[in-house]
Write a protein that binds this ligand. Structure first.
Ligand code: AHR
Length: 554
């Protein structure tokens, strides 16, 4: 079986063998089924505070993410702030992006941060980790890293958008000493060390105060092909006695891929062999999970199992959502294994790569490796995933959608002076309202979606979502996955009355709808009032939609 790990190791990119019957559009028969659904928000059952950090992002030096996506250069005709794409900064301020992970991904374990500091015209060009799999149309900057966007530029980008930097260190090919020095470069006080002076010479006298540090990436695969036990030894070595400079450091260990419980167990088992105190060095375990297999159970091959981002039928729509829904059981499963070693749960999960992954072919900019065109399906998927994180605030401390721009589940697409917000970007803007709120237990009752999956009956849940309380304001996000049925729903807020409300709805009559440079507003949120005419609120969620209700409580 060809898996993601082998795919990356053997540097194979294929177009995939799966042939999908593509319906170009799907007409909604938006007939509500009256009164069939109910949502109970339990004000008196708080689950924990929703950390803003679960709304984080991932920007790897891969394809068009950094060069062209974020970095256009100070001399570019594209409006920029000291080289950083201005439109991206403006959009990201709207979504209250809490953290951005850089420089990878697999790229991280091939990167020497020293190449990316100092005067830009003196920086070396290096072969990018992704060079061998770059499409023929990829520009040179995607294959040979010009190192114009390094630590300074990344931290500046984070400062512009109000985010915390989350740096991923190289464990596979750099010694631990380089890791300490990177921390020193970023965090040592002004004037204290030679590296602080180098930082000051670049215009950054004050320390960057970077808190989040990934210790390798996918160390079970591209990050070194370690066993979990070997990796635990490396993790201990890299994180022991790293100078703090008064800054709390949160070390994130390379965690499991999907449902690899053995990785979680093996890593923690080896860590505690040094005594339970060893776990204090770990802030979180990075879980990676991509929804990629749309083969309806026919194959587990990483290439053949992929679907198309744009050409899909109704079953593919549900299939992707079923794949995404697995996230909740992965969180619960790894949490369970973690409790064997850390019953107090000091360690958290960091889901720092998530999203759908399709076969190549839908790129808006030919040559942008792993770029795909997010549709309404991906918006619904993303809303569903963020709701899952919201429902587990005690478990998930940080998350990062893969990836920010021009790659996989992008929030934005950009090329030269073209830019657009994808349906996924709109979901992040809608869901930003949950950040910092008190998550509330919420019970969803709705008829299941029923459909035929290759001649066999299949089902999927009818409504799901999450709720958070912010003083007397309730934010309720709801996903209706049904491609053609609206859900008329009774909403009861148990423990409070609803005074007024408003709705923001993301949907389309076409489940394939997506935004492009030529048509950037094909999918965009609509605002609506919520009528509060009776003690129990009734609201109809349109088919194939993500809705945010903001309710003022009495
Ligand atoms: O996001 C693309 C790649 O997927 C990342 O580089 C790697 O960590 C994962 O396998």
């Amino acid at each position: 079986m060809l898996g993601r790990r082998q795919f990356i190791r053997t540097a194979v990119l294929g177009t995939g063998a799966l042939v999908l019957s593509g319906k170009s559009s799907f007409a909604h028969a938006a007939e509500p089924s009256p009164g069939d659904s109910q949502i109970d928000v339990l004000i008196n059952e708080p689950l924990g505070t929703i950390s803003p950090n679960i709304y984080g992002h991932f920007a790897e030096n891969l394809g068009g993410v950094i060069y062209d996506g974020i970095w256009v250069g100070p001399d570019s005709a594209v409006p920029n702030i000291e080289g950083i794409r201005k439109q991206l900064v403006e959009q990201m301020r709207k979504i209250k992006a809490p953290a951005v992970r850089f420089p990878g991904g697999c790229f991280a374990d091939s990167y020497d941060w020293r190449d990316g500091i100092g005067p830009r015209d003196k920086r070396p060009r290096r072969t990018n980790f992704w060079a061998d799999t770059a499409p023929a149309a990829a520009p040179a900057s995607h294959k040979y890293d010009p190192n114009q966007f390094g630590t300074n530029e990344f931290v500046h980008f984070c400062q512009l958008i109000g985010s915390q930097p989350y740096l991923a260190a190289n464990v596979r090919s750099l010694p631990a000493e380089r890791f300490y020095r990177w921390v020193e470069y970023c965090n040592s006080p002004a004037g204290s060390t030679t590296l602080a002076d180098e930082r000051a010479a670049a215009g950054y006298a004050q320390p960057f105060n970077v808190r989040f540090w990934g210790v390798g990436n996918e160390s079970w695969g591209c990050g070194g092909e370690f066993t979990p036990q070997e990796y635990a030894v490396e993790f201990r070595r890299y994180t022991t006695w790293v100078p703090r400079y008064g800054q709390e450091l949160s070390f994130i260990a390379s965690g499991p891929n999907d449902d690899n419980w053995d990785w979680t167990r093996g890593f923690l088992e080896e860590m505690v062999r040094k005594g339970p105190g060893a776990l204090r060095a770990v802030y979180g375990l990075a879980l990676h999970y991509y929804a990629w297999n749309l083969s309806r159970g026919r194959t587990r091959n990483w290439i053949a199992g992929k679907g198309d981002a744009l050409q899909f039928d109704v079953v593919d729509w549900y299939e992707l959502l079923r794949q995404g829904d697995v996230m909740e059981s992965l969180i619960n499963g790894h949490w369970q294994v973690m409790s064997e070693f850390d019953p107090e749960h000091a360690l958290k999960l960091v889901v720092d790569e998530w999203g759908p992954w399709y076969k190549p072919g839908s790129e808006l900019t030919p040559g942008d490796q792993l770029e795909q065109l997010p549709t309404l399906r991906d918006a619904v998927f993303s809303g569903m995933t963020l709701d899952i994180f919201n429902r587990h605030p005690e478990k998930v401390a940080l998350a990062a959608c893969a990836q920010l721009i021009n790659c996989l589940n992008s929030l934005y697409l950009a090329h030269e002076d073209n830019f657009c917000v994808t349906p996924v970007g709109h979901v992040f803007e809608m869901y930003a309202a949950h950040q910092g709120g008190q998550a509330l237990r919420t019970v969803f009752l709705a008829p299941q979606v029923r459909y035929q999956r290759d001649g066999q009956p299949a089902t999927f849940w009818g409504l799901q979502g999450s709720a958070s309380l912010h003083d007397r304001s309730l934010v309720l996000t709801v996903v209706n996955p049904h491609v053609s049925e609206a859900r008329e729903t009774r909403i009861q807020v148990q423990g409070a009355g609803v005074k007024s409300g408003s709705a923001t709805i993301l949907t389309s009559h076409d489940i394939h709808a997506h935004n492009t440079f030529a048509n950037p507003e094909a999918v965009k949120p609509q605002e609506a009032n919520v009528e509060i005419a009776a003690p129990v609120l009734t609201y109809t969620f349109p088919p194939a939609s993500v809705t945010r209700l903001t309710l003022a409580l009495g």
